[in-house]
Design a protein around this ligand. Structure first.
Ligand SMILES: *Cc1c(COP(=O)(O)O)cnc(C)c1O
Length: 373
């Protein structure tokens, strides 16, 4: 039996930085400051510098970051938010939590991000926010999105949960729109050892509002100016993320070089795979293939002990939880085709060249076999 090639190997990453992490965790344990505090404040500052944005407010998940960004944008019942269905459900759930209605547009096939040419037809007097997703680590087409938003006086919130360090025309995501939301779920490019998230922005007014919202609406203890939430980041995650942030560029460059190696292997086979668009820095949170016999290809890889993922097999507009929006099959044709054909290959910094070669061999063999007929 061949060795397992995992989809993700968080243990290998921990082992590579164990001394630093254990030290940071011990520091928090003996500090007795367990929620917010200096580790979180320092992390907010350091992460904002990394993303080249002025401010960050750390929260307890990426979902909370999206939720609070929407609330700070003034989104509430009766409002509409334009987003994509080709995403993890959290993007859309955050809109629903505010009482607003999600409005879906399709994606462009080359980047799998929001199709800017479909936005204007979806704008109504109730539209408040445009919420593009930097899917798999590749930036959405921000220039046309920002231009449309400014013409219609709308706020842009970037879902950057999969895109730490990604760039669009030299600008890092999270600081291009009015606000950005990142996740530090363990499997993300920068992940804690628990849940975490952050809202980024260049606008101090949003920061003030989000700081209030994440901590019970209080600036002064027991003085609750607005109805807030318990969405604070814990100090353990802050300390862990500070350590990991120092390694993020190196890990990202490894992901990018793994992606190049995959692409080089697939070039000759004609198999459709993820690619970097000019003027964008892809950070390969997910490395995708697209194949008409995706399910069988996934089984063939499984037989060879190669673990893969699907992101995402059922688009949000066809989920039962969103039946009430009234979407039907074929409403978003590109989204629906990608949901059927997309396959996520193993991708993490510690992946070896030999492992990539083995994955590519199985995929190439499959492509030859299915192409003969
Ligand atoms: C992970 C993710 C989220 C939610 O982040 P959590 O930290 O898990 O709450 C939101 N949007 C996208 C695109 C994601 O991948």
């Amino acid at each position: 039996m061949k060795d397992i090639i995992p989809f993700l190997d968080l243990k290998a990453q921990y082992n590579s930085i164990k001394t630093e992490i254990d030290e940071a965790v011990k520091g928090v344990l003996s500090s007795s400051a367990y929620v917010l505090g200096p580790e979180v404040t320092n992390f907010e500052r350091e992460f904002a510098i990394y993303q080249k944005v002025k401010h960050g407010v750390a929260v307890n998940s990426g979902t909370s970051a999206l939720h609070l960004a929407l609330l700070a944008a003034g989104v509430g019942p009766g409002d509409e938010v334009i987003t994509v269905s080709m995403t993890f459900i959290a993007t859309v759930a955050a809109i629903s939590y505010t009482g607003a209605t999600p409005v879906f547009v399709d994606i462009v096939p080359d980047t799998l991000t929001m199709d800017p040419s479909q936005i204007e037809a979806s704008i109504t007097p109730r539209t408040k926010v445009i919420l593009p997703v930097h899917l798999y680590g590749q930036a959405a087409e921000m220039d046309p999105i920002m231009e449309i938003a400014s013409r219609h006086d709308l706020i842009v919130i970037e879902d950057a949960a999969q895109a730490h360090g990604a760039e669009y025309k030299g600008k890092r995501v999270g600081g291009i729109g009015h606000m950005g939301a990142f996740s530090f779920y363990p499997g993300k490019n920068l992940g804690g050892y628990g849940e975490g998230g952050i809202v980024t922005t260049n606008d101090f007014e949003y920061i003030r509002q989000i700081r209030l919202l994440r901590d019970w609406g209080q600036e002064k203890k027991y003085h609750h100016d607005i109805l807030g939430y318990n969405f604070r980041m814990d100090a353990m995650q802050g300390a862990i993320l500070r350590v990991k942030l120092r390694h993020l560029e190196a890990w990202t460059e490894l992901r990018r070089s793994h992606a190049q190696q995959y692409a080089a292997c697939f070039k000759a086979t004609g198999i459709c795979h993820a690619a970097e668009i000019s003027e964008r820095r892809h950070v390969y949170h997910i490395y995708s293939l697209f194949h008409p016999t995706r399910n069988q290809l996934q089984k063939a890889l499984q037989t060879e002990n190669i673990q893969t993922g699907l992101h995402y097999p059922i688009p949000v507009h066809l989920q039962r939880a969103y039946d009430s929006l009234g979407f039907c099959k074929d409403d978003l044709p590109i989204t629906e085709r990608i949901a059927k054909e997309q396959l996520s290959l193993p991708m993490f910094a510690e992946l070896t060249n030999e492992q990539i070669t083995r994955v590519a061999e199985v995929v190439s063999f499959w492509q030859e076999k299915t192409h003969v007929k």
